[in-house]
Design a protein around this ligand. Structure first.
Ligand code: ADP
Ligand code: ASP
Ligand code: MG
Length: 423
């Protein structure tokens, strides 16, 4: 019997009517003879509200207790969903992460899933029930509750789909699919029929929060195709799938904006081997994710190292950097908090040139200063002033004709230059 796993994000379960609508969608699949598992998020803005509450009682909330609080949002939705399903005449049962053994490591607020015990879910599905699972949460081997990072219900969706070897993995949200850019910022953005795992992974990491990057990572690893679609209509959404040869004909598939970045600068460092290794060892030990790194050396032989991080991690990162003063006596630490990153992504960059030039020109024409540039084989990112972020996104989106140009994957032209970005 085929299995479908459906995830409903916060906006799709924001009130009682939406919960009942989501329940009816699950029932429609159940009536077709499919086994149905649902992953649900906290209702509407619940998680944001819980975060605000935490900051009202503590300036720097304890991370274990933070997770203990955050998981309550999803717990409300699972039970309401099970009640709604039963009321509509279908047997249903809800589970928290600890009840089904969604085991993670102990890194609170951004835990990684280690294993899932899908036996209980399978048994309930075999008995004909719709199974509802709380997204975003996990449990450590010691029984402490954890969360997988904001937007983490996507990760739960893909992990459950992989564990159940589901035939369908559906992500129901408040837009029709994955667009060439966030449609809330770029009104001319267009929905993509499909996108490769690698492109989606870059876009998600670079700010397209329609999916969590770790969800895409899992999907690629376990070959789970994800269908992103709107919970409010029946339209075909976007399929996230393995790359096909034709995909390289599109140079830029999408653009993204990552907001709320901060940069820490460490000055008066000695210019000798091992210094950068030491700095990023202590940063990594504190589980802080570093976005990009810049190092310069002045004529006097002193080095300056700057790195960009998520604004939410600034306090933790500054605390860790203070400790480095024990290693480097002259160390001077400063930071800025008003940065953003605008990026373009496409597997076609491997075989087409001129992308960087076009992007830089679009920003230069609008007098947007580029503070730093990073590239990979399939993306180019520019760090800019946060205030100019939305305008920059619209400009680069236009510069690559993403709102108007042909988006068809036609016959492949040109030769692939193996392992080298051509940009
Ligand atoms: P949910 O409530 O389903 O969890 P989210 O708010 O987490 O929904 O994610 C959906 C939002 O992601 C959309 O409303 C949209 O503003 C944003 N988004 C950012 N980039 C993109 C993109 N490239 N395509 C579609 N949506 C995007
Ligand atoms: N409720 C969590 C959040 O708002 C997880 C999720 O919705 O994916 O980030
Ligand atoms: Mg979400």
């Amino acid at each position: 019997m085929s299995i479908v796993v459906m995830k409903f994000g916060g906006s799709s379960v924001a009130d009682a009517d939406k919960i009942r609508a989501a329940a009816r969608r699950a029932i429609a699949a159940h009536e077709k003879g499919q086994q149905v598992a649902m992953v649900v998020s906290a209702m509407g803005d619940t998680t944001d509200d819980l975060e605000k509450l935490a900051y009202q009682v503590a300036a720097n909330p304890d991370k274990r207790e933070w997770d203990q609080l955050m998981v309550t949002g999803e717990q409300v939705t699972i039970s309401l969903m099970a009640m709604a399903l039963r009321d509509l005449g279908v047997p249903a049962i809800s589970f928290t992460a600890d009840q089904i053994g969604m085991v993670t490591d102990g890194v609170h607020t951004k835990a990684r899933l280690l294993r899932i015990n899908a036996r209980r879910i399978r048994r309930e599905l075999d008995e004909g029930k719709i199974v509802i699972i709380a997204g975003f949460q996990g449990v450590t081997a010691n029984g402490d509750m954890t969360t997988l990072g904001r937007g983490g219900s996507n990760v739960t969706l893909v992990a459950i789909a992989a564990a159940l070897k589901a035939q369908q993995c559906e992500n129901y949200t408040d837009v029709d699919g994955v667009y060439t850019a966030d449609p809330r910022i770029v009104p001319t953005a267009r929905k993509l029929a499909s996108i490769s795992y690698d492109e989606m992974l870059e876009l998600a990491s670079l700010g397209a929060n329609v999916l969590h990057n770790r969800a895409v990572e899992f999907a690629k690893k376990y070959r789970v195709p994800i269908h992103v679609r709107n919970s409010q209509n029946e339209n075909q959404g976007t399929l996230i799938v393995a790359e096909t040869a034709a995909m390289e004909n599109i140079v830029v598939r999408g653009a993204a904006l990552k907001d709320k970045l901060a940069r820490i600068t460490l000055r008066h460092l000695p210019d000798r081997p091992g210094v950068v290794a030491r700095i990023f060892h202590v940063i990594a030990e504190a589980d802080i994710v570093v976005d990009d790194i810049l190092q310069t050396v002045n004529p006097a032989g002193r080095a300056t190292v700057s790195f960009t991080i998520d604004l939410r991690e600034l306090n933790d990162a500054l605390t860790v950097c203070e400790r480095l003063k024990n290693d480097f006596t002259d160390l001077e630490i400063s930071h800025v908090t008003d940065l953003a990153k605008v990026s373009v992504v496409g597997v076609g960059m491997r075989v087409h040139t001129g992308v960087a030039e076009r992007m830089f020109k679009a920003l230069a024409d609008a007098k947007i200063n580029i503070e730093n540039i990073t590239t990979s084989e399939i993306k180019i990112s520019c760090i800019i002033d946060r205030e100019q972020g939305p305008e920059a996104l619209r400009l680069v989106h236009d510069a690559f004709d993403l709102g108007t140009g042909p988006l068809k994957e036609t016959r492949k032209r040109g030769k692939k230059r193996a392992g080298r970005a051509s940009k």
